[in-house]
Unconditional design. Structure first.
Length: 135
């Protein structure tokens, strides 16, 4: 034991090796921690504000359009048919009516329209006006 005391009292063998003169600087470490916590809080509020802005902008973009009352103008031709089958039936009914009725085409020149069935009967009775010869 005496030898241990002599070694403890003696000069250090390595003069370049030293111990820390004091503990960690608690004041500086606390300031750093508070500054970091403040920055985190500031960034959180900034992100919250940014998300609120984006949510508001998205709501404005997806809002239903306002009702604008304008004069109903038909689009240029050709237009889409709302019911093509009904339109076809009407067109065929009009054509059938034209083909089955007598009507004046040009009264001054004496040109009339006659039903197709009657025209076929007349051609069968009288023959073709141009001689009826075909090759």
């Amino acid at each position: 034991m005496e030898e241990d005391r002599r070694l403890a009292d003696a000069e250090p063998r390595n003069p370049h090796v030293h111990h820390e003169p004091g503990d960690v600087n608690a004041r500086a470490l606390t300031k750093f921690g508070l500054a970091m916590a403040g920055l985190v809080v500031a960034f959180l509020f900034g992100l919250w504000g940014l998300f609120q802005y984006f949510a508001k902008r998205e709501a404005e973009l997806n809002a239903p359009p306002q009702q604008v009352v304008t004069a109903q103008k038909l689009p240029p031709e050709p237009r889409l048919q709302p019911d093509p089958a009904l339109d076809m039936r009407r067109m065929r009914a009009e054509e059938d009516q034209v083909m089955r009725q007598y009507a004046w085409i040009d009264p001054d020149k004496g040109i009339v329209r006659i039903p197709v069935e009657r025209a076929m009967e007349l051609v069968a009775q009288r023959g073709l006006a141009g001689g009826g010869k075909t090759k």
